[in-house]
Design a protein around this ligand. Structure first.
Ligand code: FAD
Length: 326
């Protein structure tokens, strides 16, 4: 007897973690991913202890996570006078049974991809396959419409469809055609990574500045034993007037450091030199902080939304690696 697989739209962190879980419980699945090639994109993302617990249950190990990140030890807020306002321990040091990991999003994503290919096989993730919509069938299954990179299309039959296709989700757009457009709250983030010596505990998240003008930085790799340098993820953020909406092109673009470093010019203390940290980055990306209004439901019969497709969250407060992905 053949069983229709569960079809997953989107091979991001949520889609791949779901594929690993389905495989673990013996449910066949296939992932359709729009990009032509998997590449280690993104910078830092935090995996909270409840997300790490799920990854350990999937058979990922501390050694796996130590290759793509570092256990977080502390969360600290510092004012513009350079003095600490508040700090608290994180992960195991905070009494959780599982660590919190600060990881490189792209490397972590590639780790999940490698596990999916090893466990389910090279055809488990079909690249260059853009899910455009679905149709519910009277027998309870679902037809999923897919467009290849060359523009040709095909239809796949699934027992279920999981829309894990991110904040611009096509599955969500069909499920909720009246959803309002993405909105921008006025904050702009510039993100990058720089090799530098980790400060404080050696694995501290530091939030420096005010609600409308700040930089957050934390290491996302263990330090190199020779140089002592680790990969430091930083997010510089300024809140602007958003009365006219977002005027730039797109939601994610590479920018020049000179476009924004002036916002942080005099942010120099004896324990951190913010302009130097920013200027030594390899490349910098600009993201307006965007959001979507909640939708009343995340499912439509055999179709369900997951991750950012269901409920995008601001990438602050370490919300990125949400446990409901699993
Ligand atoms: C390139 C990239 C870089 C990111 N960098 C960071 C970062 O540095 N820090 C951070 O905190 N968060 C980052 N994020 C967001 C973070 O990964 C997510 O917020 C979080 O992990 C939720 O994951 P998700 O699987 O729901 O969505 P995502 O990780 O966004 O994955 C969605 C996936 O679906 C694919 N897709 C989209 N539309 C379709 C479609 N119609 N059909 C098939 N596939 C589709 C996308 O290519 C993507 O692989 C990044 C996301 C992306 C896509």
């Amino acid at each position: 007897m053949t069983r229709n697989p569960v079809i997953i739209a989107g091979g991001g962190i949520g889609g791949l973690a779901t594929a690993l879980t389905l495989h673990q419980i013996g449910v066949p699945c296939i992932v359709f991913e729009a990009v032509r090639e998997m590449r280690p994109l993104g910078v830092g993302i935090n995996l909270q202890p409840n997300a790490v617990r799920e990854l350990f249950d999937l058979g990922l190990t501390e050694e796996d996570l130590d290759r793509v990140g570092v256990p977080a030890k502390e969360w600290a807020l510092v004012g513009l006078n350079g003095n600490e306002i508040y700090s608290e321990p994180r992960g195991l040091l905070a009494g959780y049974k599982w660590p919190q990991y600060a990881v490189h999003r792209g490397r972590f994503h590639m780790l999940l991809y490698q596990k999916v290919v090893e466990r389910i096989g090279p055809d488990a993730v079909r690249l260059a396959s853009h899910v455009t919509g679905y149709r519910r069938s009277p027998d309870g299954s679902v037809s999923v419409f897919v467009e290849n990179a060359d523009g040709s299309t095909f239809e796949a039959i699934g027992a279920l469809l999981i829309g894990a296709d991110g904040i611009h989700s096509s599955v969500r757009a069909q499920m909720h055609p009246a959803q309002p457009p993405i909105h921008w709250g006025g904050a702009v983030m510039w993100r990058g990574t720089t090799l530098a010596k980790p400060i404080r505990t050696g694995s501290s998240f530091v939030g420096l500045g005010t609600h409308r003008h700040r930089i957050v930085f934390y290491p996302i790799s263990h330090p190199d034993p020779q140089s002592g340098l680790a990969m430091i993820n930083w997010i510089a953020e300024v809140t602007l007037d958003n009365s006219e909406g977002w005027k730039q092109h797109g939601w994610f673009r590479q920018v020049s450091i000179n476009d924004f470093v002036h916002h942080f010019e005099d942010w120099i203390w004896d324990w951190v030199d913010v302009p130097a940290l920013i200027k030594r980055a390899d490349s910098v990306f600009e993201n307006p902080m965007i959001d979507r209004d909640p939708v009343p439901t995340w499912h439509d019969g055999p179709v369900a939304l997951l991750g950012d497709a269901a409920h995008a969250m601001y990438p602050t407060g370490s919300n990125g690696g949400k446990p409901d992905h699993h």
